[in-house]
Design a protein around this ligand. Structure first.
Ligand code: 0X9
Ligand code: ZN
Length: 305
C-alpha cells in the first residue's frame, strides 16, 4: 500500500500520481514530457491554482540518480504538502495562487526501476551504448553545460559517463526541451539528490563565480538556516565546483545558463552513515526539514517577481 513514509516502487508512484490528480483536479494536473529509453512515460505534475493566463513557475525534479531514493520520496512529500495545506497554510496558498510548481517525481525512471529489481546501487540511465557492453549514461553529466570537460568520463563503463553527445539521454532531452519551451515562465530550477547535506548552486563546470553568486549564496544560507531550525541538521552551501567538486554537464548549470536564475541542487541526508541507504524512519524528518528550505527559496523567488 502507498505510504509517504516508505520508499515506493515506480508502479506505486504511478498509481499515486493518478490518484493525486483525480482527487485534486482543482490544483493538480499532469502532462507527459517524454518517454524513457525503456518506454516509461515521464509525467510532470503541475501544481497551482488554475488561472486564465500562464503563471511564473518553479520546476523541481527528483531521482536524476537512481539509487538516491530519498529524492523521489521528497517530491512525493512536497506534492502531498501542497495539496493538503493549500488554503490553510498561508505560505503555500500564496505560492500556488501566484505561481505554478512543476514536479517531475522521478527523472531517471528506468534506473529507479533497476534499483528495485536488480542493483540497489545503480546510478545512471539504462540505455545501451554502441560498441560497449556497459549500460547507461549519467544524466547529470549529459546536459550541455561545459559538457564532458571536467569531472565526467568518456568511458561508457564509468558511473559518470557523459554520453556520446549532450542530451543523448532521451530523459535529459525531454527535461531540457521542457525547460527551453517554458523558459520565459520558469524562475527557479530545483533538483533533488542525495547524500551529503549540501545546498549547491552554479557553477560546477568552472570555478568562476556565477553572475548572481552573492544573491544565490544569501538565499542558500537562508534556506539552510530554515532547514536547520527544525532538527538541527547542518547543511553546507556554495557553488558546486568549490563545495563538492568540478563536474560538467549538470542540470543546475545548464538551467542557470538558460536564464533560470534560482538554480539549486539539494544533496539531502545523511553525511554518510547510511548514505544512499537512508532508513525509512528518516524519510519524514528529512522531508519535513527540506520543505522549510524549499519554501524559503520559493518565497524568495515569489518576492523577486
Ligand atoms: O555529482 C553529481 O551529479 C551530484 N552529486 S551526487 O552525489 N548526487 O551524484 C552533484 C551535482 C552538482 N552539480 C553539478 N555538478 N552540476
Ligand atoms: Zn545525485
Amino acid at each position: 500500500a502507498y505510504s509517504y513514509e516508505k520508499y515506493n516502487s515506480w508502479d506505486t508512484i504511478q498509481s499515486w500520481m493518478d490518484q493525486t490528480v483525480s482527487a485534486n483536479s482543482n490544483l493538480v494536473s499532469r502532462m507527459i514530457i517524454g518517454t524513457t529509453y525503456e518506454g516509461q512515460p515521464m509525467h510532470v505534475l503541475k501544481l497551482g491554482k488554475q488561472s486564465g493566463s500562464s503563471k511564473p513557475a518553479i520546476f523541481m525534479d527528483c531521482g536524476i540518480h537512481a539509487r538516491e531514493w530519498i529524492s523521489p520520496a521528497f517530491c512525493q512529500w512536497f506534492v502531498k504538502e501542497a495539496v493538503s495545506t493549500y488554503g490553510t497554510n498561508s505560505q503555500m496558498t500564496r505560492l500556488l495562487d501566484q505561481m505554478d510548481v512543476y514536479v517531475l517525481p522521478v527523472f531517471n525512471i528506468d534506473g529507479y526501476r533497476f534499483t528495485w529489481s536488480n542493483n540497489r546501487m545503480w546510478r545512471k540511465t539504462r540505455s545501451k551504448n554502441p560498441g560497449s557492453t556497459c549500460i547507461g549514461t549519467d544524466p547529470n553529466r549529459n546536459f550541455n553545460a561545459g559538457w564532458c570537460t571536467v569531472g565526467a568520463s568518456k568511458n561508457p563503463c564509468s558511473d559518470t559517463y557523459c554520453g556520446c553527445k549532450p542530451e543523448s539521454a532521451v530523459e535529459v532531452k525531454a527535461v531540457a526541451d521542457f525547460l527551453r519551451k517554458n523558459k520565459s515562465i520558469i524562475k527557479s530550477y530545483l533538483t533533488i539528490h542525495s547524500y551529503s547535506q549540501l545546498l549547491l548552486f552554479p557553477y560546477s563546470y568552472t570555478t568562476a563565480p556565477a553572475p548572481d553568486h552573492v544573491e544565490l549564496m544569501r538565499v542558500a544560507e537562508g534556506a539552510a538556516a530554515a532547514l536547520k531550525s527544525l532538527y538541527g541538521t547542518q547543511y553546507t552551501c556554495g557553488p558546486g565546483a568549490e563545495t563538492i567538486y568540478l563536474a560538467a554537464g549538470g542540470s543546475d548549470d545548464w538551467a542557470y545558463d538558460l536564464g533560470v536564475k534560482y538554480a539549486y541542487t539539494f544533496e539531502l541526508r545523511d553525511t554518510g552513515r547510511y548514505g544512499f541507504l537512508l532508513p525509512e524512519s528518516q524519510i519524514k524528518p528529512t522531508c519535513q526539514e527540506t520543505m522549510l528550505a524549499v519554501m524559503y527559496i520559493a518565497d524568495h523567488v515569489l518576492n523577486s517577481l
